[in-house]
Design a protein around this ligand. Sequence first.
Ligand code: FAD
Ligand code: SF4
Ligand code: SF4
Length: 425
Amino acid sequence: MAEEKKMPSGTNSVLVVGGGISGLTAAVEAAEVGYEVFIVEKNPYLGGRVAQMTKYFPKLCPPYCGLEINFRRIKDNNRIRFFTCAEVENVSGQRGDYNVTIRLNPRYVNENCTSCGECIKVCPVERDNDFNFGMDKSKAIYLPHEMAFPMRYVIDMDACLGEECGKCVAACKYDAIELGMASSTFDLKVASIIWATGWEPYDATKIDNLGFGQYPNIITNMMMERLASVNGPTQGKILRPSDNKEISSIAFVQCAGSRDENHLPYCSYICCMASLKQATYVREQYPDAEIYVFYIDLRTPGRYEKFLNNVQADEKVFFIKGKVAKVTEDPETGNITVEAEDAVSGRKVQKEVEMVVLATGMAPSAANMALPDEIKVDESGFIVNGLKDGGMFAVGCAKKPVDVVSCVEDSTGAALKAIQTMVRR
Ligand SMILES: Cc1cc2nc3c(=O)[nH]c(=O)nc-3n(C[C@H](O)[C@H](O)[C@H](O)COP(=O)(O)OP(=O)(O)OC[C@H]3O[C@@H](n4cnc5c(N)ncnc54)[C@H](O)[C@@H]3O)c2cc1C
Ligand code: SF4
Ligand code: SF4
């Protein structure tokens, strides 16, 4: 494994921006046919959103297996270098010959870190754990998550008390902590750039009528992934946030923000499958719980139809075709009443449940980034590929909302496109 080393670069190199499943795939595919690849990832770990998932639909297998395979391929291949806590600061040049300035943001913990965990025993400060969407706390010095790659601690300087405290520095036997670490830049020359910057969960507080942020027992689908994960805030037990109570009823609200001109005008593609998958998480833990799915249309294309059929066969999963108009909380019990108009019967439906999951959609990370002029984005901020003459390609969810299989196929194709910029000059 080579991280954060000084390295040669050149016009036989590919830069991959974003180390999620799409970026990792593109990187290993290009490197394994002999090209030099650099991955730049802004998080302190690789893996992107997939690292936060409990299980993968449709097989319901652990997503980390797929990531581990890619990490192994990276470790075994000295043609790949990766940089975490890193971002692209500037790009100039053209297809076949780009100059890129990379900014390395300080991690405050160097390569000496053995993940021994002594520092967290003495750190006096707690912060919201962003990996678990603030559902638990970590210390100011922390491991991003227990399977993190690279397995190295990081400090949140917004929470840290700095040199005045320094307790972690004294506790670390390996001289791994550098509270004075500064950001730095370096330049790379590459022939091609793959943008694999992925997606962010749509901010559910913007959806006024669905009560997120107002009522504690309304969570998002990504929070549900963390709640159900064995390395999540409740060690995998799905408990409702207000009182850590086991649940006997739950509602999923589909298209929370998606297919709505006021929010995300497009279908986020995966949220129906994500909720059906999460219904299986609930069923596994609560054999008698009632599960209500409020939907506009259920979108389970191709082979995913079988997954839908299996969930539909569950007698205690109820599907209600109707857009949710309103949610209200009973302040005594913390229960939520979900209200919709049933599009089939035309009647108003009200269901009181103990917990609600909003199937929030995927918004492009690229919408909030300064991108080179050569990159074009659509009205929502997804990158539009101009494959004809350019040397930059977007893959996976940087381009549109898709599932992991589609990301992997797309990224393998993009690796070929990147290689062509070096072969066909
Ligand atoms: C609730 C939910 C459940 C899901 N479950 C499944 C499932 O079971 N099966 C399935 O197939 N799909 C599932 N998906 C979809 C899956 O999450 C996506 O297909 C996948 O995350 C896309 O991978 P990606 O690499 O394109 O993007 P991401 O996973 O978003 O990775 C992008 C990476 O780029 C980094 N990055 C962003 N901007 C920059 C920058 N400027 N500089 C450097 N790095 C940057 C990010 O930090 C991140 O690491 C689910 C989605 C949701 C919302
Ligand atoms: S920073 Fe030091 S004390 Fe903390 S986990 Fe790493 S090696 Fe251990
Ligand atoms: S210096 Fe910062 S990270 Fe280290 S122990 Fe003190 S508060 Fe925690």
